[in-house]
Design a protein. Sequence first.
Length: 160
Amino acid sequence: MAFIRIKRIRGYEYAYLVQSVWRKRQKDSRQKVKKFLGRFYRSENKRDTDFLKYYNIDSIENYVKFNTFKKIAKDLIILEFEKHDAKEFFIDFDKKVILRNNRKAVLQLNEGYLCDYTLSNLLNFKLSGNEAGLRLAKAFVEAGVQVPQELFIKIFEKLS
């Protein structure tokens, strides 16, 4: 199971995807770096913007019915960027990367981190197996994306 770790190097913070590896002889575990994710930036929620008002949505049912999961996820991510006033960051949804000054970046949003790894996990989410709802919620939380409860339920119903 991989997770994101933040390291401070020479005054800057960087994010890495790491995995714990058990060492039998020493009977302890070590973290193995799987991937460099980019420079880490903290952000604060500056606005409390409602999803339905921001996109002028009258009916959540119609919005979910006529849009794909990827489109809905993109809209939620764009709203989070608006809430956190993250204008200096650029999201390339086709390549699934977050950039700042043409370099990979990791942005802390709410309880999660939005980076190429979490963005890819969210946009490529497939509903399968047990606890699919929990995995979907985890994908949103890890990416730092807040989803209104009613919208989450409709998304889950659409994917089921």
